[in-house]
Ligand binder design. Sequence first.
Ligand code: FAD
Length: 501
Amino acid sequence: MKTEAKAGAKAGAKADGVGAGAGAGGGRRGSVVVVGGGLAGTTAALALADAGLRVTVLEGRPRLGGLAFSFRRPSPVGELTVDNGQHVYLRCCTAYQWFLDRVGGSRLAPLQSRLDVPVLDADGRPGRRLGRLRRAALPVPLHLAASLATYPHLSLAERAQVGRAALALGRLDPADPALDGVDFGDWLRRHGQSPRAVEALWDLVGVATLNATARDASLGLAAMVFKTGLLSHPGAADIGWARTPLGELHDTLARAALDQAGVDCELRAKVTAVTRTAQGRWTVHKAGGAPLEADAVVLAVPQREAHALLPEGALADPDRLLRIDTAPILNVHVVYDRKVMRRPFFAAIGTPVQWVFDRTDASGLAKLPGAGESQYLALSQSAAHQEIDLPAAELRARYLPELERLLPAARGAAVRDFFVTRERTATFAPTPGVGRLRPEAPTNVPGLYLAGAWTATGWPATMEGAVRSGLSAARAAVSDIVRPHLDPPPAAGRGIPKEAA
Ligand SMILES: Cc1cc2nc3c(=O)[nH]c(=O)nc-3n(C[C@H](O)[C@H](O)[C@H](O)COP(=O)(O)OP(=O)(O)OC[C@H]3O[C@@H](n4cnc5c(N)ncnc54)[C@H](O)[C@@H]3O)c2cc1C
């Protein structure tokens, strides 16, 4: 395998593109085409270019960012910049933070200084409606103990049971293949968790991070999320989110970083086939454009697209990719004529509403001349299987009264705009057994690598998983193409970070 890749790399250092887009960076040590410009593909391209390879990204859409993007929307208040879905990350997402750093976007998506999640119970008695999940400046697991002990949405007995289950979860090894097939909901039941504890705590966090309720989630992935997020480090679950449109980070800044790294980036370049040449190199065919030739290819597209593009023999059982199911996320966007919520975000129970974020500044609403006191809220509704295809009018009739139940100030407010964004294949479904379907980055054919949040990262479908997958693919390609030349290691700070190891 490696010999062929090495031979190809030598050839690739001289001749590269057979069509348009051969790109900058001539004289580099080998060439790679990255198919897909989501977070996985962009990451792989940056890491490969940083390692001295000549890289071309081919992205089918007119922008980078894949599933995490923004668009402009004319609204009665003026033009808004809307994220297709609210995205958050945690302090334990070290690879995504590397990405933010690498594109120069860290300050635009800061972390909370300390985990603090307001949890509103729509059915709660006055004085007991608001709970807080926050951490204290104490070592694990005491950092969360005080918050749990005073969490008003659970009884004393339920809080004690949650503490015991959390400790049991902390003893599991998320990488243990035996956990992959176990249903997290069942495990919680066996560990004494009441339906209320599941709703008010486990699903509150789990649905947003796994995009599935506990009963539809693999114990391995759930253990990964809860153990890494809550029990690996006191600050691991501090929440970060973009204070700017996602497109600014994942498209504008990413494109500038790729450009600076010498990566050739072709948008509206849909790849139709990837074939091996007689010399062991790769030809990447695009719809309506000349093909490109390269030493290696990273397929950073969703699992179905990857299945369609995989050449014969690349995976022992390629149809496994088709058994990796998907799960939807719905976002409900409401612009009120006044401020109805004081906090930047909250989570809710006792209502279909899940997580609500204030988007007034990030969308540009705050600066619109006619905005006045208007406030823009985005409701992030994960695992929205039942609602993803409902008409907007029905969703409006469902969610506006719920917001009024949660936010008294919304009761007298006028709605200036209401719309929804639907992502039917937002993530892979983290169902029990999905772990054995997720492939590693290297394939069985030399010079072909897979990336994407759906590959075997150990993480659920997240920005973190996507970045990790891109780093893993780059690492595998670099070790096949570059290392055989025994070149010196990249300069400090420019190599592929260890997170991918
Ligand atoms: C609404 C929503 C909310 C989310 N919330 C969060 C969150 O809060 N936190 C979090 O961490 N994650 C969240 N996620 C998940 C996160 O966005 C994804 O896991 C991540 O962006 C996936 O990146 P990727 O690069 O693996 O795949 P993708 O983003 O799917 O990128 C694949 C790219 O390949 C391109 N492509 C496909 N076929 C071809 C082809 N033939 N030729 C060329 N290009 C092609 C596509 O156009 C796309 O740009 C959310 C996702 C959604 C949709």
